[in-house]
Design a protein around this ligand. Structure first.
Ligand SMILES: [Fe+2]
Ligand SMILES: [Fe+2]
Length: 144
């Protein structure tokens, strides 16, 4: 079935909910991390927050520009007090975000929204960088 503007708006709102979710998750991971590397882990998650917030802002603005209403509800937040699990949760979230934006690129293309398509590709660049950061931190992780 052909993609409609409603499909795209629904998808962008799903993306927005997940960006809010990332903002809350990373902000709380920065608070909940413990151990000898707490300060580094805290800084790492703190610096992700403005990136995810800027994605949320972009999506909300775009939803309004396209005639929709931006959601105020974040996706479900999964928390942990284990440092390693924080990075595993974050890695999965970044992979899921990339997949969603790839789907959104296809929808934007189908609707001939070239500007949006290119902007969504920029989000894929950001999320890919995040994903690779998480992967490198998890690589050869020793201890908990
Ligand atoms: Fe994001
Ligand atoms: Fe991200």
């Amino acid at each position: 079935m052909a993609t409609t503007m409603d499909d795209l708006l629904e998808g962008l709102n799903e993306d927005l909910a997940h960006e809010y979710q990332s903002v809350i998750t990373y902000q709380l991971f920065a608070t909940l991390c413990t151990g000898p590397f707490r300060n580094e882990i805290r800084e790492f998650f703190r610096k992700e927050v403005p990136d995810e917030l800027s994605h949320a802002e972009f999506l909300a603005d775009k939803i309004v520009a396209l005639g929709g209403t931006p959601t105020s509800q974040p996706g479900p937040v999964t928390l942990t007090r284990e440092n390693r699990e924080m990075f595993e949760i974050a890695l999965q979230a970044e992979k899921d975000a990339i997949e969603r934006y790839e789907e959104r690129v296809r929808q934007a293309e189908e609707l001939s929204l070239t500007g949006l398509k290119v902007q969504l590709e920029d989000l894929i660049v950001d999320e890919t960088n995040h994903k690779e950061e998480m992967e490198m931190i998890l690589r050869n992780w020793k201890g908990s």
